[in-house]
Structures are given as C-alpha cells and as structure tokens.
Write a protein that binds this ligand. Structure first.
Ligand code: HEC
Length: 274
C-alpha cells in the first residue's frame, strides 16, 4: 500500500466521526477507499455504478442502452421544458438559454439558507411564474429533469461549498450517510463502503462514488424514470427504516453531500438500472 493511500484511509476513518468538515479531503479519501478496493477499475468508471464492477451485469446493461429506456422521458421532458407558462414566460427565463445546468445542482442558496436540488429549482421556477408545483419523485418533474440532465451530459460535476452555512448543510448530509438506522441498524456506509461489491439478494452493491452522476434513472423494477431521492427512500426502506419525505431537508442535504463526493466526475444522466 502506498503511504498516500494509507493516509487517505486514515483520514477517511477520522473524518467519518463528528470532526470539523473538510469536504475536499473527504472527497479524496472516499476516492482512495474505492481505489484500494477495486485497484483494476478506473475511478471514472464509477459513474456507471455497479456496472463498473460486474462484467456480466455490464453486458446486459450495455445491451439495454442500445435502446435506452429513458429516451421517451427525454422527449417528453423537452416538450414540457419548451411549453411556455400561462404568463408567457418559460423555464429558460429561470435557467438561461442552455438547459444543461444539472452538473451545478444541488447548490446551496445563500439567500434562502438551504440546499436547492434541481427538482426544487424547477418547482420554484414554476411557482414564481404562477404555476402549480409538480409531484416530486416521478412523472413530469422527472421528465424535465431527464431532459436537463441529457443536455448536461459530458460536463463534470462542480458542486460548490463556500460558506459556513453551506458547510453545515454538507455536514448534516454527511452525518445522515454515517448514521445507523432501521431494524437492520445500517449506515449507508455499511452497504456501499463496507459491503461494496457483495451481493444483497439478487443485487450487487455499488460504490457511493459516482452515485449522483446519472440521475434521473429509468429502473427496470420501477418501469419508469425516477430521481435519486426515490432511491434514498428505497435504501431506507431496505433496512426497515421509515423513509423521509422527498425533498425534505434531510434528503436535500444528503444529496448535497453525495453529489459533492462525485465532484469532478462526468455527468452521464439520465441513466438506466435494473
Ligand atoms: C442494506 C444495504 C444498503 C444500505 C444500508 C443502503 N443501500 Fe443504497 N443500495 C443498495 C442496493 C442493493 C442498491 C442497488 C444496487 C446498487 O446499485 O448498488 C442500492 C442502490 C443505491 C443507489 C443507486 C445506485 C445507482 O448506481 O443508481 C444510491 C444512490 C444509493 N443506493 C444510496 C444509498 C444511500 C444514500 C444510503 C443511506 C441512506 C443507502 N444507499 C443505504 C443497498 C443499500
């Protein structure tokens, strides 16, 4: 083991506790952890989740991607995105000419003092223009998000944490990740770090690095496209914990933390998963 990696591992252990957050050191430590576990896998590959570490599942997935099951959602999303609101304005008035902005989300809104995910930003845009908010997890909101993700493809994530309030939100999200919950008494880490690569029933557990790169996702088991917070709920339910509300402060901060961990990685959403 190179001593730099060893240092990173020690840092990972230290920073997992309730010490002052150093997001950048923590991001590098997480990368090192998976580098140690999967020495043959290029870290950039983790944007493909479990398909980076399971050859057989990867083959099936590559086949599925020949006719991407999320394509319809992108088309629907494009139409929704370009349909003007009743007041004549549109999403472009909120997000600018280029809808490809997903790699900047979630962002910490200093004025509001909270984390704003892309889904929250879309609904804020609607409400500021006199439209009703859309349901959070699936349907039109996920389709608009899919269209925006598609236009953001190829950009690297650039999540910023540059104020004490932003660091506090990140820290809160990190604590969520490292808190035991449910009847199984598992942290996110228990599965996605300590048991990464092992099978849980029919599923192989993926690394947390790259967990945020490819949303929203069309999931075979769902038969539709949904966003990352739907997956948070499932992972909570999996350990028999009560899931939080979509876009609750807990999940927004968790998404902020988890996406920061994917900083510098390429956005490749929308994605498909089994
Ligand atoms: C009991 C084990 C377990 C725990 C605990 C767990 N997960 Fe998962 N998670 C899974 C399995 C299994 C999958 C599906 C296979 C995969 O992609 O890892 C999954 C998938 C995911 C995915 C989607 C991966 C992708 O590539 O699309 C995300 C994101 C995720 N989990 C986040 C979390 C977070 C955040 C927590 C803590 C709140 C958590 N998980 C806790 C087992 C777990």
């Amino acid at each position: 083991m190179k001593w730099t990696n060893l240092t990173a591992l020690v840092l990972a252990t230290v920073f997992a506790g309730p010490v002052q957050a150093d997001p950048e050191a923590e991001r590098l430590a997480l990368r090192s952890l998976y580098e140690q576990k999967f020495p043959g896998v290029d870290l950039e590959e983790f944007k493909n989740g479990v398909y980076a570490i399971d050859e057989k599942m990867r083959e099936q997935w590559v086949e599925m991607e020949d006719f991407p099951p999320y394509e319809i959602a992108i088309d629907e999303g494009e139409e929704l995105y370009n349909t003007p609101f009743t007041n004549g304005k549109s999403y472009a008035d909120c997000f600018g000419e280029d809808p490809g902005v997903k790699h900047n989300y979630p962002m910490f809104d200093e004025a509001k003092g909270e984390v704003v995910t892309l889904e929250v930003a879309i609904n804020n845009c609607r409400q500021e223009n006199g439209e009703e908010a859309l349901p959070w997890l699936v349907g039109e909101l996920a389709e608009i998000s899919a269209y925006m993700a598609y236009n953001s493809r190829g950009n690297n994530f650039e999540i910023k944490i540059d104020s004490p309030a932003a660091i506090a939100a990140y820290e809160h999200g990190k604590q969520f990740y490292y808190t035991r919950r449910g009847q199984m008494n598992f942290e996110c880490r228990s599965c996605h770090q300590q048991n990464v690569g092992y099978m849980l029933r029919a599923e192989r557990i993926s690394p947390s690095l790259g967990h945020a790169t490819h949303w929203p996702v069309y999931r075979g088991r769902w038969q539709y496209i949904g966003n990352i917070q739907k997956r948070f709920q499932e992972c909570n339910i999996q350990v028999r914990a009560v899931p939080f509300e979509p876009q609750s402060e807990e999940y927004r901060n968790l998404e902020y933390f988890l996406t920061y961990m994917s900083n510098g990685m390429e956005l490749n959403g929308p994605g498909s998963r089994r």
